[in-house]
Design a protein around this ligand. Structure first.
Ligand SMILES: Nc1ncnc2c1ncn2[C@@H]1O[C@H](COP(=O)(O)OP(=O)(O)OP(=O)(O)O)[C@@H](O)[C@H]1O
Ligand SMILES: [Mg+2]
Length: 241
C-alpha cells in the first residue's frame, strides 16, 4: 500500500483488528453479527465504512471504542490490547484516546451546549472553569458561540450534531469513531458538519473511522471499507455504487 514496507506499515498502524467476531444473545441463541474481521487503520488517515443497515457497523465501532467487550479476536490501539483491559480501564482508555460521534447525537439533555463539550475535558482532569472557557472558545470557532448556553432541545439537529462533534474531538483524541454523522441532516447541514469535522481532525492529526451511507462522503475519505456477511473489503479508487 502506497509502497510501504511491511515494517513501516506496522509502525504507522494505530488500530489493528484481527480475527474479530461478535454475536448477540437473542432469544437464548447466539446471533453472529461479525465474523473473522481483520483490518488496519493507519495514523492520520480517514477511512469510510459502508454497509447495509444491520450489517454490524455500529457494533464494530462499539467494539473498537471498548463500549462493547471483545468476545473473539483481538483489537489493538496504539499498541494496547483491549482484551487486556477490564471494563474500568477500557472506559478510561476511551475517555483519553477516543472520540465517539454517535448515530443519534446523544447530547446530555440536562447540560447546555458548552457543558456537553466541557464534560469530556473535565472527565480527563481539566478544572471546571478552564474546561468551560475552552468549550466556549471551541463553540465560537464554529459559529455557535451564541448557542453555548442552550440545552440540546433548544438546538436544531444540525447544531446538535456540530456540538456532538466538538464533544468528540475537544480532548484531541488519537482516534475518532463517527457513526453516520451526516445521516440525520439535510445535504447542506451535512456539508457544514463535515467541514467542522475535517478542520478539527486536520488540526489534531487524528485517525478517523467514518460510517456513512453517502457515496460523496465516502469518496472524500482516504480509503473505503465495506462490511457485509462475507467480511470486510477494501475499495481502492474502483468503487462502484
Ligand atoms: N444489543 C443488541 N442485542 C441484540 N442484537 C443486537 C444488539 N445490537 C444490535 N443487534 C443486532 O445486530 C445487528 C447489527 O446491528 P448494528 O447496529 O451493528 O448494525 P448497523 O450496521 O449499525 O446498522 P444501521 O446502518 O441500521 O445503523 C442487527 O441485526 C441488530 O439487530
Ligand atoms: Mg448503526
Amino acid at each position: 500500500m502506497r509502497g510501504d514496507t511491511g515494517e513501516q506499515h506496522e509502525q504507522q498502524a494505530l488500530v489493528r483488528v484481527s480475527g474479530l467476531g461478535h454475536a448477540y444473545a437473542q432469544g437464548g441463541q447466539a446471533q453472529a453479527v461479525l465474523r473473522d474481521l481483520s483490518f488496519t487503520l493507519r495514523r492520520g488517515e480517514t477511512v469510510a465504512l459502508l454497509g447495509r443497515s444491520g450489517c454490524g457497523k455500529t457494533t464494530l465501532l462499539n467494539l473498537i471504542s471498548g463500549i462493547e467487550a471483545v468476545q473473539q479476536g483481538e483489537i489493538e490501539i496504539a499498541g494496547i490490547r483491549l482484551t487486556a483491559l477490564d471494563e474500568e480501564a477500557r472506559t478510561r482508555f476511551r475517555r483519553q484516546h477516543i472520540g465517539f460521534i454517535y448515530q443519534f447525537f446523544n447530547l446530555v439533555p440536562s447540560l447546555t451546549a458548552a457543558e456537553n463539550v466541557a464534560l469530556i475535558l473535565e472527565l480527563n482532569g481539566a478544572p471546571l472553569q478552564g474546561a468551560m472557557e475552552h468549550a466556549r472558545e471551541l463553540l465560537g470557532d464554529i459559529g455557535l458561540g451564541s448557542k453555548a448556553d442552550h440545552f440540546a432541545a433548544q438546538l436544531s439537529g444540525g447544531e446538535q450534531q456540530r456540538v456532538a462533534i466538538l464533544r468528540a474531538v475537544a480532548h484531541e483524541p488519537a482516534l475518532v469513531l463517527a457513526d453516520e454523522p451526516t445521516g440525520n441532516l439535510d445535504a447542506h447541514s451535512g456539508q457544514d458538519m463535515l467541514q467542522v469535522l475535517r478542520q478539527r481532525l486536520r488540526a489534531h492529526g487524528s485517525t478517523t473511522l467514518l460510517v456513512t451511507h453517502s457515496l460523496a462522503v465516502a469518496q472524500s475519505a482516504d480509503r473505503i471499507l465495506t462490511l457485509d456477511e462475507g467480511g470486510i473489503h477494501e475499495h481502492a479508487g474502483d468503487f462502484a455504487w
